[in-house]
Design a protein around this ligand. Structure first.
Ligand code: PEP
Ligand code: MN
Length: 350
């Protein structure tokens, strides 16, 4: 993708209410946050899970955002989900648009919105789809890039949680990390509000986003969260936003001073040595796997025996717990090792 840099400050802060509810509400929030916000957000057309919920103030709210622009010299952004929304926003001079998670999942919608933006020079943020499919996220970004949008950004808002969890959406940090590996120049903003679903978790999630070197935060901010017409539990007040931003520990991706650099190099050398040992041990293991395959072939045994797999899984997880390692990580690792061992054996047998 051909991208133009448009975010000049890190962390880039997007804040504002989940929904624009009235002119007074929008102006009051902007008044209290304009000096700590780079981009003011407010939803106008709201994708609600259930009918009969507040579905946004609609087109009249565009004028409220215009007042935020002129009164506070603040750039404004809203979510668009149809070509009509795009047209209304462009006519109103909205500065930045974002694509919501429920739209990113549908390539037809994304393509229609992209076509409505052909030849328009405006920054677009694309939220991740509600399930963790990286190609769907990058595919949506590419659709915008193909019609000429080169000021593009991604917003990481977590993915639908199938199980019980403290979070509304699973942060699945590997998802934005994978995206970063695919594109170094694409800004990635984290949206702790929709990950958390709860105001008390926002500081913590914001810190993790900074620790993995994401570029900014989108935080829903309301002057009276208890009375908010949407996402009431996760919105914070302007003063809470100020305190969260002040408490953030910002780290550098590169060391500025020389002295500690040697220390970091030493740690990295140790890691390199250990990784070499891991690979060499995997090679030793693989030799035995091949011998087992010969043995099984001679004795007409099947390659895969489910009892043996469960034994491997449980014993390795148990050891992880004893050592204080994350046992899910060990389970994933051995799943991979074991699958490849089975594949190697089937090759040997043939
Ligand atoms: C929002 O930002 O208010 C919103 C609807 O978010 P998402 O698309 O991430 O659910
Ligand atoms: Mn919301």
């Amino acid at each position: 993708m051909k991208l133009k840099k448009f975010i000049s400050k890190k962390p880039y802060i997007i804040s504002g209410p989940c929904s624009a509810e009235s002119e007074d509400q929008v102006l009051s929030i902007a008044h209290q946050t304009h000096n700590i916000t780079d981009l003011f957000r407010a939803g106008i057309w709201k994708p609600r899970t259930k009918p009969n919920s507040f579905e946004g103030a609609g087109a009249p709210a565009l004028k409220w955002l215009n007042k935020v622009q002129s009164k506070y010299n603040l750039k404004v952004a809203t979510e668009v989900a149809t070509p009509k929304h795009v047209e209304l926003c462009l006519d109103a001079g909205i500065d930045v648009l974002w694509i919501g998670a429920r739209t990113t999942v549908n390539p037809f919608y994304v393509q229609e919105i992209a076509e409505a933006l052909k030849g328009v020079d405006i920054p677009i943020f694309v939220k991740n789809p509600t399930h963790p499919e990286l190609a769907l996220w990058t595919g949506a970004l590419e659709r915008f890039n193909k019609v000429g949008i080169d000021r593009l950004g991604a917003i990481h808002r977590g993915v639908y949680n199938y199980g019980k969890s403290a979070f509304r959406n699973d942060p699945k940090w590997s998802f934005p990390i994978q995206l970063r590996k695919e594109s170094r120049s694409l800004p990635i903003i984290s949206d702790p509000s929709h990950i958390a679903g709860d105001a008390s978790l926002i500081q913590n999630i914001s810190q993790t986003a900074m620790d993995i070197n994401l570029d900014g935060l989108m935080i829903e901010t309301h002057d009276n969260p208890d009375q908010a017409l949407s996402d009431s539990k996760q919105q914070i007040t302007p003063s809470q936003l100020r305190s969260i931003l002040q408490n953030l520990v910002l780290r550098d991706p590169e060391l500025r001073v020389k002295g500690p650099k040697n220390k970091l190099l030493n740690f990295r050398n140790e890691i390199d040595n250990l990784d070499h040992q891991i690979i060499s041990l995997l090679n030793d293991r693989n030799q035995i796997v091949k011998s087992i395959a010969d043995f099984k072939k001679k004795n007409k045994l099947t390659v895969f025996q489910i009892e043996r797999w469960f034994e491997i899984l449980y014993s390795r997880k148990e050891l992880a717990v004893v050592l204080g390692l994350d046992n899910e990580m060990i389970a994933e690792l051995f799943e991979l090792i074991h699958t490849h061992s089975v594949l190697t054996q089937t090759k040997v047998m043939r």
